[in-house]
Design a protein around this ligand. Structure first.
Ligand code: G1P
Ligand code: ZN
Length: 543
């Protein structure tokens, strides 16, 4: 075996964000860049020699090259076995499933999630731990610290391996096990849901469209929806994964999933629509000409989870990220269970899921999941909705409207200011933080501020503390304004402003969210001095 010790110099910009290391493809193509980061991971993890790892990605540009590099490095670092998805494919939730099912030391997932792909797009690498979830902060900090001092990495001098067939291969002393990327995941879904009920739905007149956005969920959705559940051929659109996602943003929202939205809006169109993102962990749910906000989706899933076999005995608790609307809190209160409020990012849910404190959680950013894996899971959320629609015999719109009747409607909006100057963004947040103490009791947009803080979180399981997770203004009527900076962007800074207000009066439930939140939005922009700090008079994206 020809193991090379390759000299290298450290990179100092490799601090992994909330979702691993995410950079432009051109950055990853620099000599030694990926290698440095991967060796930093191997050096920081204990028990790499002799271990089993999972490996796969969302199929974006550079996936194939990076997989070969990582395999050669794993072999040179003494890894015993790597379980890799055929053609290097594993969706993020499927990777989490494989790590858990096969009890591996962890896994490397290659993805930049919903960011565009292709030679001029983004790429990313993240490590998921043995529980199947994103590496905890202590570990990502260790990777970063190591990447600042690293001076060499280990790699096997070997040819590329053929990953196109399910079989075992040898690479030096290491075994590569190429697996069908869909089988384990589809098997897990069969354990969770009443697939017969969903099959009966499709055997009737019910029609859906699933937009895979030329990303990784294409093969998963085709197998599960069309082959196993009997949905007609053509139910899955844009189902062939492409390295550049067909030039689109593989991000399931009203802007980027325009084709799907148009189909659902057409007269006589399908009853149900859904889409997932680049790596398959996000979801958007649509009814016939009807949009389900992710925060409402989480609340509805919590209220109806008992219709799904896995959750029939009830939920121990639920959780939402801090900027996600409080709609699910109202359901938790009615169910008499605890609702945890965590910082943005899936890893905070992992600890609560591992401890059995919650079994359902979600984020406003089109992410929903449960204790079946330790990542958010796009197709799982779609199947949750299908199971509930089948069990209740109601349409998506009927289910949501009934929910609003019972709990009131929580209007919700997120305003993103993208690619702003990082210093200006930091100054804006610092100024907001400095002004917090004077806010309680003051009025903004005709509402009285009850509390104002910079969100800090103490993990109830391990006691670890996370500070500066977002500026939070809570009004006496329950409305909120939240400001935070994105942790996943690759250029400049992105400021996110989150707005919500609760409307108990059913006569006002038909307002559109933008109208209902207009005053709050204007007050939020003025209060933070967004124009003054950033020169931006309006957000780039409103969801
Ligand atoms: C965004 C979302 C967040 C999600 C993350 C990874 O992070 O807002 O909810 O967990 O992507 O998908 P942000 O860019 O806001 O830091
Ligand atoms: Zn994603």
């Amino acid at each position: 075996m020809n193991i090379q010790i390759q000299a290298t110099t450290p990179f100092t910009d490799q601090r992994p964000g909330t979702s691993g290391l995410r950079k432009a493809v051109t950055v990853f193509q620099q000599p030694h860049y990926l290698e440095n980061f991967v060796q930093s991971m191997f050096d920081s993890l204990s028990g790499v020699a002799g271990s089993t790892l999972a490996l796969g990605g969302d199929g974006r540009y550079h996936n194939k090259t990076a997989i070969q590099t990582i395999l050669r490095m794993a072999a040179a670092n003494g890894v015993a076995r790597v379980i890799v998805g055929r053609d290097g494919i594993l969706s993020t939730p499927a990777a989490s499933c494989v790590i858990r099912k096969r009890r591996t030391l962890g896994g490397l997932i290659l993805s930049a999630s919903h960011n565009p792909g292709g030679p001029h797009g983004d790429f990313g690498v993240k490590f998921n731990a043995a529980n199947g979830g994103p590496a905890p902060e202590a570990l990502t900090e260790a990777f970063f610290a190591r990447s600042k001092t690293i001076d060499s990495y280990r790699i096997l001098a070997a040819d590329d391996v053929d990953l196109s067939q399910d079989r075992e291969l040898a690479l030096g002393a290491m075994t590569i096990e190429v697996i069908d990327p869909v089988v384990d995941y589809a098997g897990l879904m069969a354990e969770i849901f009443d697939l017969d009920a969903i099959r009966r739905l499709f055997a009737g007149n019910f029609r859906m469209v699933f937009d895979a956005m030329h990303a990784v969920t294409g093969p998963y959705a085709t197998e599960i929806l069309e082959r196993r559940l009997g949905a007609p051929a053509g139910t899955v659109i844009n189902g062939v994964p492409l390295e550049d996602f067909g030039g689109h943003h593989p991000d399931p929202n009203l802007v980027h999933a325009a084709e799907l939205v148009a189909r659902l809006a057409a007269p006589g169109g399908p009853d149900f629509g859904a889409a997932s993102d680049g790596d398959g962990d996000r979801n958007m749910i649509l009814g016939a000409n009807f949009y389900v906000s992710p925060s409402d989706s989480l609340a509805v899933l919590a209220a109806n989870a008992h219709h799904v076999p896995r959750y029939a005995a009830g939920l121990p608790g639920v959780a939402r990220s801090m900027p996600t609307s409080q709609a699910v809190d109202r359901v938790a209160a009615a169910l008499g269970i605890r609702c945890y409020e965590t910082p943005t990012g899936w890893k905070f849910f992992g600890s609560l899921l591992d401890a059995g404190l919650i079994s359902l959680c979600g984020e406003e950013s089109f992410g929903t999941g449960s204790d079946h894996v330790r990542e958010k899971d796009g197709l799982w959320a779609v199947l949750m909705w299908l199971n509930i629609v089948a069990a209740r015999g109601l349409s998506v719109e009927q289910i949501i409207r009934e929910h609003w009747q019972i709990y009131g409607r929580t209007f919700y909006g997120r305003h993103d200011y993208e690619g702003i100057d990082s210093n200006a963004a930091a100054a804006l947040i610092a100024e907001l933080r400095d002004g917090l103490a004077g806010l309680p009791g003051r009025d903004l947009a005709d509402r009285r501020i009850a509390t104002a803080d910079d969100f800090a979180y103490t993990d109830p399981v391990d006691g670890s503390r996370s500070d500066h997770q977002g500026i939070r203004l809570v009004f006496e009527d329950g409305a909120r304004i939240v400001y935070r900076l994105s942790g996943t962007g690759t250029a400049g800074a992105t400021l996110r402003v989150y707005l919500e207000s609760h409307e108990p009066d059913p006569r006002r439930h038909n307002l559109d969210a933008a109208t209902a939140l207009a005053d709050l939005a204007a007050a939020a922009a003025a209060h933070a001095g967004i124009l003054r700090h950033t020169g931006r008079a309006a957000p780039d994206v409103v969801t």
